[in-house]
Structures are given as structure tokens and as C-alpha cells.
Design a binder for this molecule. Structure first.
Ligand code: GSH
Length: 236
């Protein structure tokens, strides 16, 4: 049996982490039996981040490594039928979504003073009252430092919005008006894009990234189509 360990539900999202949602979609699409569990503190994960899989007592961290593991487990079904070029384009899209757009989405939740109370409640609300502001404050400062180190945190909000709009414009241009990235069947790269966009479109309330994403209705329709195809939705 496969156990997928994720973050707890928050902000109207049943599965709030794009990396966890991607893997949930992939497990469902492969028809593998799995259970979901969650932990509130990612520091308890093998590499301090979620998701990780538990298979026969063995922990497998990192969504990209999990994808590789599942490909081996299913004798190549994850990437079956994809050309080297399609895999290359898929990986380039993955990097755009997970190493750039992701950070803008995180900043729009954690570092926006108006949105921060939702993070404090959603991720730290179960802590005892006195500890809550201390632990959540430390985590928020750590997030701000990470965002600075990434480089995006050095830009003004207007400039960050420009980066987000260009990312979303690129995604909107690349997803098809019907079907999926590589044909009639949704694959792991669709799950990567839709797993990220589901949270951006459906987190409650919307963030400034949500506002920009709404400018791209085709991307929203695609995100719905992928979730529908695999029967796994990010929202509750
Ligand atoms: N490269 C990792 C990224 C996973 C990741 O960043 N997960 C977030 C949740 S969406 C996390 O656990 N963050 C906790 C932290 O960075 O402290 C993957 O693909 O699994």
C-alpha cells in the first residue's frame, strides 16, 4: 500500500500543496491504490518538505523523485508515449511552475500583510495560543529570507506582479484549448501545471496572484479539465 503524506487542508483547499496535489493526481491516473495522510509540521518530513510517500515502511521524499519512483514501479507508464521533445518541454514547464511561479504564489499568501492572517490560521491555528504568534512569526521571517535569497523578494510588488503575469501568460499560451498538453490523455506534466493552478484559482480568499490568473480564462478552463479528467480536485 502507498501512503501519500501531505499538508492538512487550508484556505478552502482539500489538498493545499501543489506538489502533493500533483502526486495525488498521478497516483489516481495510474490506478494505484493509495491512502492520504497529513502532518502539520513539514520539518518532520525526511527532507523537511512535503510530500513524501511511504511504501512498505520506506519513505520517498520530493515530488520529482516520487514521479521517478512511480515510473519505475509501473514499468515506465508515467512517461509512456512521450517523445524526448515532449519530455523536455514538460520539464521546462515544470521548472517555470515549481521554481518560479510557486514562489510568487507563496509570497502572495505569506508576505502580503492582508493575506497573512489566513496563513497564520490555516497553518498554525492548531498550536497552543501563546506559541502560535511566536512560531508563525519565525516561520514567516524564514519565508521572507528564502524569498530574498531566491531573488524575487528583492523586487517591488508591482515588479513581482509583472513576473507573475509573464509566467501566467506563458502558461496560458502553452496549454491547449481542448484536451491536454500532449494529446487526449492528461499526463504528469498536466498534473504539474494544474496542481499549481488549482491552488492559485481556488484558494480562499484569492491572493494578488489569483487576481492576475483570472485574466487567463483559458488557463482556468484547462485547470478544471485536468482535475475533472483525473477525478481529483484541489478544492474541498
Ligand atoms: N521540490 C519539492 C518542493 C516541495 C515543497 O516545497 N513543499 C512545501 C509545501 S507546498 C513544503 O513542504 N514547504 C515547507 C518548507 O519549505 O519548510 C518537491 O517537489 O516535493
Amino acid at each position: 500500500m502507498i501512503e501519500l503524506v501531505t499538508l492538512p487542508a487550508a484556505f478552502g483547499m482539500r489538498n493545499v500543496s501543489p506538489f502533493c496535489l500533483k502526486i495525488e493526481m498521478l497516483l489516481a491516473s495510474l490506478g494505484l491504490e493509495y491512502t492520504l495522510s497529513d502532518i502539520t509540521d513539514p520539518r518532520k518530513a525526511p527532507k523537511g518538505k512535503l510530500p513524501f510517500l511511504i511504501v512498505d515502511g520506506k519513505k520517498i521524499p520530493d515530488s520529482e523523485l516520487i514521479v521517478q519512483y512511480l515510473d519505475t514501479l509501473t514499468s515506465g507508464r508515467v512517461f509512456a508515449g512521450l517523445s524526448a521533445r515532449q519530455k523536455g518541454e514538460g520539464l521546462a514547464l515544470t521548472r517555470l511552475v515549481e521554481d518560479h511561479l510557486y514562489w510568487l504564489m507563496v509570497a502572495s499568501r505569506w508576505l502580503d500583510d492582508d493575506w497573512w492572517p489566513h496563513v497564520a490560521r490555516g497553518f498554525f491555528g492548531s498550536l497552543p495560543g501563546v506559541l502560535r504568534p511566536i512560531i508563525s512569526g519565525v516561520a514567516r521571517r524564514r519565508m521572507a529570507q528564502t524569498y530574498q535569497l531566491h531573488g524575487l523578494g528583492r523586487h517591488s510588488l508591482e515588479e513581482q506582479k509583472g513576473f507573475a503575469r509573464r509566467d501566467l501568460e506563458a502558461l496560458a499560451a502553452m496549454v491547449p484549448a481542448s484536451g491536454f498538453l500532449h494529446g487526449e490523455q492528461a499526463n504528469v506534466f498536466d498534473f504539474t501545471v494544474a496542481g499549481m493552478m488549482a491552488g492559485i484559482y481556488d484558494n480562499q480568499p484569492g491572493t494578488w496572484v489569483t487576481g492576475i490568473a483570472m485574466e487567463f480564462p483559458g488557463l482556468r478552463a484547462y485547470t478544471e479539465r485536468v482535475q475533472e479528467a483525473v477525478g481529483v480536485w484541489g478544492r474541498k
